[in-house]
Design a protein around this ligand. Sequence first.
Ligand code: CA
Length: 236
Amino acid sequence: MAKPGAALSKAKVQTIANAVMAQCDGLDGLKDNVIGRPDLCTFNLSALKCTGAESDSCLTPAQLESARTMYEPTSVAGGRYTWPGFPFGGETVEPARMQAWGGSGPTLLGGDFMKYFVAQSASADPLQIDPAQYTSRLDYLVGLIDAVDPDLSQFRAHGGKLLLWHGMTDWLITPHNTTHYYDKVVASAGGQSAADQFVEYYQRPGWITASTASVSDKALTRSIWSGPCSTGSKRA
Ligand SMILES: [Ca+2]
C-alpha cells in the first residue's frame, strides 16, 4: 500500500475474486459460488498479469505483489513474527473486506493496532512502522493477546472439551491461524485419536465471522457432542 500503484482497486479485487471462483468453486464437487475446499485451490495470480494496457481485468507487477501478500505467508523482523496469509475465496464477501485491499492505507484492525498498540502514537504512520524496531513491545503484546499455547493437558484433565470453528472466508482474522493452532494441539495431545477425545475443529466454507456465530455455534455445539453435524465440515 505504501508503494505507488500497488493498491488494488475494488474492480481489480473483483477480477481476482471472479478468477479464483471460476477455478476453485468446483473443487468441492459442487459449483455453487462457495469454495468449499480452499486448501485445494492453487490459483496462480500471475495468470492475471497485464499483458497489454492496464485495465480492471488485469494486475500490474506491483499489484500482483500486493495480491500475493494477502495470500502468501509473510514474516517481519527477520522472521521473528509470521503471518500465514488468507485462503483463496471470499475476497468480496463484504465491502469492509475490500477496503483492506483497495484503500490507500491499512484499515480494519491493522492500521490502528500498529499506531496505538505497537507505536503507541496517534500520529504514527502505520505504513512506516518497522516491526524490527518494536520487538520488545510486540513480544509483550503477543503474551497479552495471542492464545497460542497448544498444551491443553490441564484443560483436558478437568474434563474440558474444546470446539473450534472458523469461517473460511473470514477476511479479518485468517482461518490459517486456527488451522495451525489445531494442528499444534493435536501434536501436543499425542496424536489425532487422543485429540479427538476433547477437541474438534470445523472449517465452515463461505462463512465470515461474528454476527451470525451465536445461533450456529449453539447448533454446532449440540450436534458435535450429541449427534451428526450438518453445519460444518470436520477437519482431520
Ligand atoms: Ca463449490
